[in-house]
Design a protein around this ligand. Sequence first.
Ligand code: GLY
Length: 339
Amino acid sequence: MQTKTYHFSTASTDVYINGSLSQLSKIVDKKQTIIITDTHVFEAHGSKLKGWRTIVMPAGEAHKNQQTADDIIGQLIQLEADRQTILVGLGGGVVTDMTGYVASIYMRGIAFGFVPTTVLAMVDAAIGGKNGVDVGLYKNMVGTIRQPNFLLYDVALLKTLPHPEWTYGFAEIIKHASIKSLPMFKQLQQHQLDQFKSKKLLLQQLIERNVLLKIKVVQQDEFEKADRKLLNFGHTLGHAFENQYQLPHGQAIAIGMVHAAHFSGQLADFRQTAALVALLEQYELPTHLRFETDTVFEVLKMDKKRAGAAMNFVLLKKIGSAFIQPIALTDLKTLMQNP
Ligand code: GLY
């Protein structure tokens, strides 16, 4: 198991890149640890959790809310969790968000780590320390920024991942390529999803590449004052679509990226929208949604990237190069009406 420690401004994270869930007991003391997972992951991997204290939350984004956080906190109290307790989130993005959030507020903060079980969580949700819950239709409205103590990667856990979930993870990989890496964009163009699913080394290398890309961005701008904002490419509209149309996160941001690419064409002479759309389609992601502009706009204007009457929007200059442009809310609505 390769281990590397990454330093952030307030904490460090040990990353075990080619590990196995069975090695968790080498990283944390079983007696001090409580695993948080969801019903789907427990069904697929529960047999590997014998002897571990485990809290199982209901699966799905609809449960990523304060009520679930309070339920978990109640169970932590029943288990007599104290400041020495370590929470381990074993699951996808909802579980990692919930675990990181609860760990950050329980007794004003206890240690936590993640064992991500989806591609999306491996390349994105587990990394970066932003963890929170939704409030109604508003995504991640309440949360914290606090780095996990460790990330344990076990690609064997992906064997039971349903096929659509693979595609959702590739939405975030395509996002990383679009904003930061033309070579990765080209690599994705040259392969098919099935090749990544069947070739373990190819998959591990792609995941590691994405982990390193995101860690580097977060190390340079942990509190999202500058470059980290670029990771929100596709997310402003994507988040507005996600809960309103009950889309999986990966699908919502794929559609969000296509809109952002069209806006980039109009505002920044970006000429590669067709290539982005083709790549998203190659990885079986949707690129279009019929939506109600007024209702989407109502959710969108509460996005955390709004600054007064403008939205800090991530646009592309070209594939691999992104920038932030404040767009007046009125102009944004017009762009949404005429993509
Ligand atoms: N937890 C995801 C992030 O910090 O970006």
